[in-house]
Design a protein around this ligand. Structure first.
Ligand code: NDP
Length: 264
């Protein structure tokens, strides 16, 4: 039996074991998926082999360690510098990024070539911005502080500091890519400015899942179409499952069985 797991800290809340185990069982694939609270990111590779794993997903705060732990990288993971899926191949670790293609698929439902504003400039924003731009979206990045914006500016994205925004800029889709609202009840930026930005937008997406964040509540109160991060989670999981099982099952087949994790 092949063993897979999610590495993170904390991991107790993760839906990934349920998602993958439902799919392994539905397909009669001889594997199971657990969770492992990894305290030291630098020990990732050692733990992977000690636990005799075939593959892992990696969640906060270890995605950068995951990137560094890989012996080989898929071209997209290499380009964006972030890894959330690793498999063992011939004794070496091969890294992939399925978060960004998962997010691209979520945005696809809003139609092509949209003007998108990201609030937040972390690793998820960086990989998602790259894939959106490659697929024809116009992406601007806003953040509360300057340092993380530098990388985006270097890559040629429009970057803005919250304090410099007037709320009169036009974006069709506004995305909360920060962790504001994850463990607290905070908005990613001050309510007044955010309200102005959302007023002019069509839809709001939060990458946080499993709770109604203040960002989603505000957008909803303004009558906007809203979406939380559960669909992104589902899609990144389907793409990771496809890697774990080496392309044996179609996206739609995997989606049908994994979706059940969100009603259980
Ligand atoms: P990072 O830690 O790399 O980036 C965090 C970003 O959020 C930074 O821009 C930071 O600003 C900003 N930020 C943090 N706290 C606040 C706050 N209170 N107010 C305003 N800005 C804040 O995080 P990741 O990119 O790894 O993850 C971002 C989010 O995406 C997380 O909530 C994570 O759970 C979620 N996620 C969801 C997935 C899904 O499948 N649904 C998949 C992957 C991630 P600064 O630079 O100023 O510090």
């Amino acid at each position: 039996m092949k063993m897979f797991a999610i590495f993170g800290n904390p991991v107790a809340h993760s839906k990934s074991p349920l998602m993958h185990n439902l799919a392994f069982r539905a397909f009669g694939y001889d594997a199971c998926y657990g969770r492992y609270r990894l305290e030291e990111g630098s020990a990732l590779k050692e733990r992977f082999f000690e636990l005799s794993l075939s593959g892992i997903n990696i969640t906060v705060p270890h995605k950068e360690h995951a990137y560094r732990a890989c012996d080989h990288l898929d071209p997209f993971a290499k380009k964006v510098g972030a890894v959330n899926t690793i498999v063992e191949r011939g004794g070496a670790l091969m890294g992939f990024n399925t978060d960004a293609p998962g997010f691209l698929k979520v945005l696809g439902e809003f139609g092509p070539n949209r003007r998108v504003l990201f609030l937040g400039a972390g690793g998820t924003a960086l990989s998602s911005a790259a894939i959106l731009r490659d697929n024809g979206y116009d992406v601007s990045i806003a953040n509360r502080s300057a340092p993380r914006l530098q990388q985006f500016a270097k890559e040629g994205f429009e970057t803005l500091l919250y304090d410099e925004m007037e709320g009169t800029e036009d974006y069709e889709i506004v995305v909360n890519m920060t962790s504001a609202g994850l463990d607290d009840d905070s908005l990613p930026m001050d309510a007044e400015r955010l309200e102005k930005i959302l007023q002019r937008a069509e839809a709001a997406i939060d990458v946080i899942y499993g709770k109604k964040t203040p960002f989603i509540s505000l957008a909803k109160s303004l009558g906007k179409t809203v979406k939380d991060g559960s669909q992104m989670l589902l899609y990144q999981g389907i793409l990771a499952f496809d890697i774990f099982t080496e392309g044996r099952f179609s996206f739609d087949e995997i989606e049908r069985v994994m979706r059940r994790a969100f009603i259980l």
